[in-house]
Design a protein around this ligand. Sequence first.
Ligand code: ZN
Length: 173
Amino acid sequence: MALLDIVTFPDPFLRLKAKPVKKIEKDMQVLIIDMFETMRNEPGVGLAAPQIGQSIRLVVVEYAEEPEDENAPTPEPKRYVLVNPEIVKRSEETVEGMEGCLSVPGLIGNVERNESVTVKALNRFGKPQKIKANGWMARIFQHEIDHLDGILYIDRATDIYESISEENSEYIE
Ligand code: ZN
């Protein structure tokens, strides 16, 4: 296992359109484990392969959704490996929220996203999966899938701020 180097803005590598994964080889399992480890170490809640210098359509996400009752304990994080993900449905409703990005250190920005999305992807074993997400999970999926198309949240942000507190770190993708 290894921590991977994060490619940071304005490296033009982040602007490439990533290639679909044709076959999930054994070494991709190692890459996936390393991506989870790198994401947790930063810490972040999502990581796309272009951010670690691999121009392939692969995303990992690990995020514990906030319970609706604020006194309830934080649930176990949900983990996803998305191979060749595609957003097949978007809600009309949009919401604004603060995002950060491991590839754009030191900044956060306000981005309007669809409130819910349905994502089709393969899992780490090549099995098709369909995930309906809303709120922050939907935001994370949209942010990560954007990375695969060379889009950064700063392209979409209405306001960008310098991030001075650690408080926002759970939103870093
Ligand atoms: Zn990002």
